[in-house]
Ligand binder design. Structure first.
Ligand SMILES: [Zn+2]
Length: 320
């Protein structure tokens, strides 16, 4: 939890781009300061002008109130009392952030970091893919020339920014990937770690794909086979019927006819539904479905028998 809170504070400091007063940190934020080490550095905020605490709209000069306290004169609110604080603040070490981001992404050290101005940096190239770090997504969205400056032939651009309150999903066209700083990275062991897949991007899939019958989801629409694909594999309606039918025979070798009858399908044999059609050549989903079938089903060609060995293991579990 500490690592998560530490990363949340780093992201907040980066998004804001200015030091924050220690006095304004939440107790959770204050509790992770010791974990953050070199990522944050103490600083002092000039207290001769403050943001009006009442309207948060105007910066106003600070005066003594003649009784030992302090106040500011806001053009809208008039005199507003300011709670005393010593101006002790902390700031994110942004050089630290950019260097650790490069390490997390495996960016070669020989090409340096380019400051493109206005809170946008080119961190370098990760596997021939230019990486931009920006304080604000809208800046990159509204200035496409920034992308043209870093674009290379044959490599997608990765744009890393803090979350946006107004934008979700994929705001850029093809060839540009948006990675949310809060979700795709985390603070770990004094550095930064890249999270390869976004857990929140596919919450529906994660739930309905949960393996219940061996590697299969409850409805056989999904299989979790890490050797075939890192993420769960989704099947078509017909494919899931065939897989469910094979599962029902509990690992015993069975004829194609009985399996297809049980599945309620017209095709001659189970493998018919897993062939890759010519129009689907090169598409990842049919390839994964085909590979999953190959990994799950044992075929005795000559005898015309099919078996699903993992369903036999399921039987043993069910009997205990
Ligand atoms: Zn005010």
């Amino acid at each position: 939890m500490a690592a998560h809170d530490a990363w949340a504070l780093i992201c907040r400091l980066f998004a804001g781009g200015t030091p924050v007063l220690r006095a304004t940190l939440s107790s959770r934020e204050a509790s992770v300061l010791s974990v953050l080490g070199k990522a944050v550095k103490p600083t002092v905020v000039d207290q001769s002008f403050v943001l009006c605490p009442h309207c948060q709209q105007h910066r106003a000069q600070v005066w003594g109130d003649g009784r030992g306290g302090r106040m500011c004169r806001c053009p809208d609110c008039g005199p507003v009392t300011i709670e005393t604080n010593d101006g002790a603040a902390l700031a994110l070490d942004e050089d630290w952030l950019r260097q650790k981001m490069r390490l997390a992404l495996g960016i070669e050290s020989r090409d340096g970091i380019d400051d493109l101005g206005g809170g946008v940096w080119r961190l370098g190239e990760a596997r021939r893919s230019p990486v931009l770090l920006a304080r604000d997504l809208s800046r990159v969205l509204h200035e496409p020339a920034l992308l043209d400056r870093v674009r290379v032939a044959g490599g997608d651009i990765q744009v890393i920014t803090p979350r946006s309150s107004t934008t979700r999903g994929s705001p850029f066209g093809t060839g540009v990937q948006w990675l949310r700083l809060e979700e795709r990275f985390t603070f770990y062991g004094g550095g930064i770690t890249f999270i390869a897949t976004s857990p929140s991007a596919t919450p529906v899939v994660a739930d309905s794909a949960t393996p219940v019958n061996g590697p299969f989801s409850a409805d056989f629409r999904w299989a979790t086979l890490p050797d075939v694909q890192a993420t769960p594999i989704q099947f078509t309606d017909g494919q899931s019927k065939v897989l469910g039918a094979l599962w029902a025979f509990k690992g015993e070798a069975t004829t194609a006819e009985r399996i297809m009858q049980r599945a309620g399908l017209d095709s001659a044999k189970p493998s018919d539904l897993f062939k890759i059609k010519t129009k689907d050549k090169g598409k990842p989903e049919p390839a994964a479905q085909h590979a999953a079938y190959g990994a799950l089903v044992v075929t005795q060609q000559r005898a015309g028998l099919y078996a699903m060995p993992c369903a036999a293991a399921g039987k043993e579990v069910a009997m205990t």
